[in-house]
Design a protein around this ligand. Sequence first.
Ligand SMILES: [Fe+2]
Length: 360
Amino acid sequence: MSLAEIVEPKEYAPSYLLSTFSTAALPLVVGAGAAPHVDVLCSWLRSSPEWVESTLLRHGAILFRGFDVTSPEAFEAIARSIDGELKNNYLGTSPRNALTDFVFSASELPGAYPIPQHCEMSFTKHPPRRLFFCCLRAPADGMGETPLVDFRTVYRELDPAVRERFENGGIRIIRNYAGPGGGGTFDLWKLKRWDEMFATTDRAEVEKQCQAEGFEPIWGPGQSLRLVSTQPVFRDHPISGERVWHNHTQVFHLSAAPGEYERIYDLRPTLRHWLLLQLSRVLVRVNRAWRSSDEQSMHCTYADGREIPDADMEHVRDVIWHNLVIIPWRRGDVVAIDNHSVAHGRLPYHGARQIAVCWA
Ligand SMILES: [Fe+2]
């Protein structure tokens, strides 16, 4: 079946974004051409598993553009045509709302929050192999993109000396959660409650899930819970064997917000972004002064507890942003991602936006 017209992503980008395309192969874009029907796309995908597999392996992501995807159900049908084993257990940090049994809002975090690049649930024992996003409502301000980065490239391009410091034992992740009924104090970094994340109020069940994932649960005053886990900073791709930068350091480290806002302000120098940058710098300074590493809402150190130098974190962000691929959302877009090799994030936006997610 001749369904797709395949074009390079740069043809879809406004000229002001062209400079961000340092990885022209990511994602492969499949346009709808004269056949925009979801059922046609689904039947083509179901009949082309080898093409999907090899394309995701090579390019890391595929963007399906121009199809009449207007509901979570249509999105789920496309995702199922690529991978029939969708999952719905989520141990990540973003607050999400269910749209179907397997499709969720990508993140209910306020639009001003940047989400640094990460492979989904990289801190769990078995992260998803594939991740899918769908644009049900494009942001009115044209921002709020979901940038992609090939983390195979990031691993290769990191300064070997910096990489060695990370690889020498890996990293230690600290997350602090309030429990049922607990709101705690105002904190921009505050995570959702542990009973929301584990979908239970039963401490024994939480401990069971923690044991399965390698998290050490430490119960604190009231209903609070601290999770501590250590992991390597890389994974080898299960099919190609390529080494991949596969961790949440750039999300969990306390310097994440100002580190991201600095680069967002460079990309989009607006007053709003400048104010958010200044605010995040002040709040990080206050947090560092008043709380130990283990008391931060989320943070990470080297595995032995030593702090990661800010310069090393800056280097990691520089390499990631150098490889960032930013494509503005259009309504109906569906992106399929090889979560073993390609990371995603979110740029700030203002106003209405609805991006859905599912994974396998
Ligand atoms: Fe994510």
